[in-house]
Design a protein around this ligand. Structure first.
Ligand SMILES: [Zn+2]
Length: 207
């Protein structure tokens, strides 16, 4: 089996998760994409309402955007490791304390894909930080969304609930921060369940 895999890897060279060009074995992205991602600046701010701080490793564009898509739609798990490495290396150490909590995937989306990008990223980051991981948030009232028209659903922030008590200090993790409505809903649920500090960390942030 190992021989077959070795033969297969010579016949089919590994491809860059961002641009799809051939890249060296064991690499997730090619040197060009690695250099491009390396030249982007992290973003730090007070973030959406309800958060103490929000930090993102890169703007949601270029290679960062391609990697978010690779994790979400092509389920390339090594991409979650690359994202977690970048966050681990670049985020200020004082921001990376607390219990890691993934933003919960919408039930219907999770069922369709059978895959949860925020959950994978949170697990990879918790491993690097040697921090506890708590999947203590769930999407609530999904059934009520079904009857709504799409435009109405977009206007409503997701309903999110904590399951049991929340950790006092939490690191809320998502792959990408877009409008911030989801992070705000998560922060409110965490605080209602006892959290006193909620810091959001995302791989990318839409500008
Ligand atoms: Zn590339």
């Amino acid at each position: 089996m190992e021989i077959l895999q070795a033969v297969a890897s010579t016949l089919v060279p590994p491809l860059c998760a961002a641009c799809g060009r051939a890249c060296r074995a064991e690499a997730v992205v090619c040197t060009r994409c690695a250099r491009r991602l390396g030249s982007t600046e992290p973003l730090l701010g007070s973030g959406p309402p309800g958060l103490d701080k929000a930090w993102s490793s890169a703007p949601y564009e270029g290679v960062a955007r391609d990697l978010v898509a690779a994790l979400k739609f092509r389920r390339l798990l090594p991409v979650a490791d690359l994202m977690a490495d970048r966050i681990h290396w670049l985020a200020p150490a004082h921001m990376l304390s607390g219990t890691v909590v993934p933003v919960p995937a919408a039930g219907s989306r999770l069922r369709r894909r059978g895959f949860d990008p925020a959950g994978e990223l949170a697990a990879a980051l918790a491993e690097r930080l040697e921090a506890p991981l708590a999947t203590c948030l769930v999407r609530a009232g999904a059934g009520r969304q079904v009857g709504r028209r799409r435009a109405e659903r977009i206007g409503h922030p997701p309903r999110i609930q904590a399951v049991g008590a929340a950790p006092r200090s939490t690191l809320l993790i998502d792959d990408v921060l877009t409008t911030g409505a989801t992070l705000t809903a998560c922060a409110r649920a965490l605080r209602a369940a006892g959290a006193s500090r909620v810091v959001a960390i995302t791989f990318a942030r839409r500008l």
